[in-house]
Unconditional design. Structure first.
Length: 282
């Protein structure tokens, strides 16, 4: 088996999320259908982080393993490197499958200890909000959430600054069975762009289910005056102290969310990083 790292992006509007689901159009299902076309056999993909229905990705990372027979079929009579051939053939197969909303950026052969999910050191997302102070661009409707009223972005930024670091993010997560909700939030930045749209940037070692959208929901509560600035940090403090009765989450719509990039350590550190991550998640 030969392992490949594939970088791709997608417009999430037309997909029921990343993960394969019977009878539904998903990013993984479409990508693996294209892989089966070019490799002549089923190929399983492992993703850096699953995205929900409607969520977009500018740069998502997956790894996959190809058999020798799949490599022979993939290369054909070409003398191109296998990664270049894989990227080119995948693009053609996705066009044939009518998937213009998936873009393959690059593909490259990597050592077998590369793990797209567990070797990652951070994931970065952005979330876009247009309130009554913003220019509402009709061409950005699929990637920007409209908010009625005006948000106090300064109060939101102050509240966001108190959420950084290692915490139990249970107040802003939908926990999965036997999985921790402890994460390290490296960055949570907020500013208006030239159109007055509030752009929220988040970077963490990993994100729990709905964590980004719920964090943004909490900040919107602050910006609209429904919550005091101290409320999000107080919820984290209660979770860190072991409390579980933390009230409802306020999960924002998915289409304002974009996975921007996934970060990895140098090649020689992939295996150790993956081992540490597996141990921490359980």
């Amino acid at each position: 088996m030969t392992r490949f790292r594939v970088e791709l992006g997608y417009r999430g509007t037309g997909f029921h999320g990343w993960a394969t689901q019977p009878g539904l159009r998903t990013v993984q299902g479409s990508l693996e259908a294209a892989l089966a076309t070019v490799c002549g056999e089923p190929v399983r993909t492992v993703v850096a982080g699953r995205t929900d229905a409607g969520v977009h990705a500018r740069r998502q990372t997956v790894h996959l393993d190809l058999t020798d027979s799949a490599l022979v079929r993939l290369r054909g009579r070409s003398d191109r490197p296998a990664g270049v051939a894989l990227a080119s053939r995948l693009r053609g197969a996705l066009r044939h499958l009518d998937c213009p909303d998936i873009v393959v950026h690059t593909a490259a052969e990597v050592p077998a200890d590369f793990d797209a999910r567990f070797a990652a050191t951070w994931r970065a997302y952005t979330y876009r909000l247009a309130d009554d102070r913003s220019f509402h661009d009709p061409l950005a409707l699929d990637t920007t959430v409209a908010h009625r009223g005006t948000l106090d972005e300064a109060a939101m930024a102050r509240a966001a600054a108190e959420l950084l670091g290692l915490h139990d993010f249970l107040p802003f997560c939908r926990p999965r069975p036997d999985a921790t909700t402890v994460r390290t939030l490296f960055a949570l930045d907020l500013a208006r762009d030239s159109d007055g749209v509030i752009v929220i940037g988040l970077r963490a070692d990993a994100f729990c289910h709905h964590m980004v959208r719920a964090l943004v929901g909490g900040l919107v509560k602050v910006g609209s005056g429904s919550w005091p600035e101290t409320r999000p940090a107080e919820l984290l403090a209660r979770a860190d102290a072991g409390q579980t009765d933390l009230g409802p989450m306020f999960v924002m719509p998915p289409h304002g969310l974009v996975l921007e990039e996934v970060g990895y350590p140098p090649a020689g550190e992939w295996a150790a990083r993956a081992e540490r991550t597996r141990a921490r998640r359980t």
